[in-house]
Design a protein around this ligand. Structure first.
Ligand SMILES: Nc1ncnc2c1ncn2[C@@H]1O[C@H](COP(=O)(O)OP(=O)(O)OP(=O)(O)O)[C@@H](O)[C@H]1O
Length: 436
């Protein structure tokens, strides 16, 4: 090979490498389709049998025990048959395939083998679901799409907030019409306040009343004061606000009864009251007692009122979004009952396994393990429940305090007046100037 040919080949190689880097950066999905996907798909097909056998996903068509004369002989089958798989289909962020279960198999061992599959196929994660009896769906994500998440786009209806992006590639949406109450947990610096800011930013332009309960002296939710119809900054104020909201809930119940409907959404439009979303920052502050009789009574009252709203509020347009660092039964018996009503769950990185278990354990054990693996660097990453009862790993869109504050100011004129709630606060000596 002459020097000119060699130089030409080296230049072509360099050009190809630069072009590949450009495609990878600019069009990551196409880069995946053209390079990563074919290699990974072949790896899946080539290694499937071995991986299935090693992870007890393959079964023998012959029984593990047989009869020799008068004896029953037990043994391990020599020829195991892996369940059949479809050819892996490319997705924007990875690949997916369907496994046809052998008779007698369940999805459980596949869920347990998800980590092993991810290692064998050299992908970031494998999620296992069962869309239909006898079938298991394996969704592999090539890299962590939450490392550098783009901004997902989705049309969000009333009472919905576009929070960020899911690991599976879709938009992460909190829809209060379908899931009326939410619990958000996370250790300090995990991204809770950013998520609350995102929720306020998204709900601010909508015809919705936002009520804040922030017993950290209003340091977090106070930033959005102009778009809040009421803000309680201590437990005493929280009791007054929640009391007024429960009284309002009873009036709405009566209105529904009078019109023979079961929800405010069935009332004639001009009679329909504004939905109220109550945002609670630092739930534990509402439950912890300082040992005094008054403190205990306040904590119990808060617990009862929150529970009432959570139990009855959905159809009456009263919604709860409750955030806290910790969630444990030690906060009081009311907390477990409240958790049962907060069906939407978002678990950021947490300090104690108990909180992850309390937040997600009653829904899905695997989700608990994934939540526990969130590292301190993964700010804004959380495990969240989906509308179909499933779960996903997701990352919130980074909303700065300035952005949220600006959104609150821009939509301050949409803040509905809740006079009864104002009065309850006023009676405690709390003054709030409109547009403050
Ligand atoms: N989705 C995100 N993407 C990138 N960075 C984020 C994201 N969410 C939060 N952060 C960053 O993480 C840091 C902590 O966020 P945040 O204040 O929301 O945490 P927190 O859980 O409310 O903490 P604390 O309880 O101490 O108030 C901030 O610097 C924020 O910019």
């Amino acid at each position: 090979m002459g020097p000119i040919t060699l130089a030409f080949l080296l230049a072509a190689l360099a050009w190809a490498l630069v072009a590949a880097a450009h495609v990878r950066q600019k069009y990551p999905a196409w880069f995946w389709y053209l390079t990563g996907y074919p290699i990974t798909a072949l790896r899946v097909v080539r290694t499937w049998r071995k991986v299935a056998v090693l992870n007890d996903l393959a079964v023998s068509p012959r029984p593990a025990r047989g009869l020799i004369g008068d004896l029953i002989v037990k043994g391990e089958a020599l020829r195991l048959v892996a369940p059949r798989i479809s050819f892996p289909k490319a997705t924007r962020t990875g690949l997916s395939l369907i496994v046809r279960l052998h008779p007698g198999q369940t999805p459980t061992p596949f869920i347990q083998a998800a980590d092993a599959l991810a290692h064998a196929w050299r992908v970031h994660a494998v999620r296992v679901t069962s869309p239909e009896r006898g079938l298991v769906h394996l969704l592999a994500t090539a890299g962590d799409p939450l490392q550098k998440p783009g901004l997902a786009s989705a049309r969000v209806p009333l009472l919905s907030a576009l929070l960020g992006i899911c690991e599976s590639g879709g938009a992460w949406v909190m829809n209060l019409r379908t899931v009326p109450h939410w619990l958000i947990v996370g250790a300090t610096q995990s991204g809770k306040s950013t998520l609350l800011a995102r929720i306020v930013t998204q709900l601010a332009p909508q015809p919705v009343a936002l009520v804040g309960i922030d017993c950290k002296g209003g340091m977090e939710l106070g930033l959005f004061d102009v778009r809040l119809s009421a803000l309680a900054t201590s437990r005493k104020e929280a009791v007054a606000v929640l009391d007024a909201l429960v009284a309002r809930m009873k009036l709405r119940m009566k209105a529904c009864r009078d019109h023979g409907v079961r929800s405010i959404w069935d009332l004639p439009e001009k009679l329909r009251p504004v939905p109220i979303v109550t945002l609670v920052d630092e739930l534990a502050e509402l439950y912890l007692s300082d040992g005094t009789r008054e403190g205990k009574a306040e904590a119990e009252r808060c617990s009862v009122l929150l529970l009432r709203i959570a139990q009855l509020g959905a159809a009456l347009g009263l919604h709860l979004v409750v955030a806290g660092q910790r969630m444990g039964s030690d906060l009081g018996p009311g907390v477990t009952a409240l958790r049962a009503q907060l069906s939407g769950r978002i678990c950021h990185r947490v300090n104690d396994p108990g909180t992850a278990e309390m937040t997600l354990g009653d829904l899905n054990k695997d989700a608990v393990a994934v939540a526990q693996s969130i590292t301190p660097d993964e700010k804004g990453v959380a495990v969240c429940t989906g509308p179909d009862g499933g779960w996903d790993r997701a990352r919130s869109h980074l909303t700065t305090v300035e952005e949220a504050h600006k959104a609150a100011i821009a939509h301050a004129h949409l803040t509905p007046e809740l006079l009864d709630v104002h009065k309850a606060l006023y009676d405690l000596g709390v003054k709030r100037d409109a547009g403050q």
